[in-house]
Design a binder for this molecule. Structure first.
Ligand SMILES: [Zn+2]
Length: 334
């Protein structure tokens, strides 16, 4: 096969930032994808329907008139009322995103005790309103164990709120995949970097700060398990890039920021991987059909053509260094 036409590809986990960075990166999502779930961890977070509406307007202003639906995310607070959730849904929210306090960029005002009674009250309301609870699931333990240590919490929520759709965001371990398959109401997003890279690509040779993200990329064993779930287009998983741009000087320094930028090359890179494993026929499901099913969305119609033609990954896109800069892909996006 030398050409793939994707029908309305979706990125179900994206960071577009705001201001100057948003202006630089929004076009890459708008030209490649039909829609994306835009995360709310700005400073201050997107935690009200007013903030959500103005952020959505700001995003659309930078989409160069492309067909592109920003599916919005409301920042989880234990003070949320049912009326807040209803308003957020009316303003375009698809998920409520819960961050453990301090787990990643701009999550200082995240939740300290995930299973507190105040949080559980909000989980119940999210379920009633028909939004999804999306979680950056990491403990504050040893860096390689953080996701696995959080899995009992995902399971506890899934078990106690059987009508609540719970999303394991940027799933990064084989054990998480095992938890996912135990509960009907759990689903997961999988990034490109967690199926393409292992720790060796971050620290195995020279340190590559552009491959540093949270959750951190893990062992080849974890990578291969996630890769298989993606290649088989397991119905409970869908693509979410977690593309998270930072300016170069914020990555190449002491205290380098966490986040991998992948949007401009995400689709040709996925085509490259799926083709290499003889699974091109499953790419449409992984990048669109599964998400439609899981989230109940009907994205705007958009055809994206990817052709088998070598293309290099640029050293930077608008001053942001991407994943695997300099590598050659067998596929290009038209
Ligand atoms: Zn993220």
């Amino acid at each position: 096969m030398n050409e793939i036409v994707l029908d309305s590809p979706l990125d179900m986990h994206l960071h577009l930032r705001e201001g100057d960075m948003l202006k630089r990166v929004a076009k890459y999502s708008a030209s490649s994808f039909s829609g994306a779930v835009v995360m709310p961890n700005l400073n201050p977070p997107v935690d009200s329907s007013e903030r959500l509406e103005s952020y959505k307007d700001e995003i659309l202003r930078h989409c160069d008139g492309e067909v592109f639906e920003p599916y919005m995310a409301l920042f989880f607070r234990d003070s949320l009322k049912e009326s807040d959730l209803i308003k957020a849904k009316e303003s375009g929210a698809l998920i409520v995103k819960l961050y453990p306090k301090g787990a990643t960029t701009n999550s200082q005002s995240g939740s300290e005790e995930i299973l507190s009674s105040a949080n559980k009250r909000v989980f119940e309301m999210i379920s009633e309103v028909g939004l999804k609870l999306s979680i950056h699931g990491e403990s504050n333990g040893f860096v390689l164990d953080r996701e696995d240590e959080f899995l009992p919490i995902y399971e506890e929520i899934a078990k106690n709120f059987p009508k609540l759709g719970v999303v394991i965001e940027h799933m990064s371990t084989k054990n998480a995949l095992d938890s996912l398959n135990k509960y009907e109401n759990l689903s997961a997003t999988i990034t490109l970097h967690h199926i393409a890279l292992s720790l060796d690509d971050l620290i195995g040779g020279a340190l590559n700060p552009h491959h540093f993200c949270k959750p951190i990329i893990k062992t080849p064993h974890d990578r291969d398990a996630l890769l298989e779930a993606a290649l088989e287009a397991n119905k409970k998983v869908c693509f979410g890039s977690d593309s998270a741009p930072h300016y170069r000087d914020k990555k190449e320094c002491a205290n380098g920021a966490a986040g991998i930028f992948s949007t401009p090359i995400a689709l040709p890179f996925l085509a490259h991987i799926f083709d290499k494993h003889g699974k091109v026929q499953n790419l449409q499901k992984f990048v669109s059909d599964n998400a439609r099913e899981i989230y109940g969305v009907n994205p705007p119609k958009k055809e994206v053509r990817i052709v088998k033609q070598e293309s290099p990954i640029e050293a930077h896109y608008d001053e942001v260094v991407p994943l695997c800069a300099g590598k050659k892909l067998d596929w290009s996006i038209l």
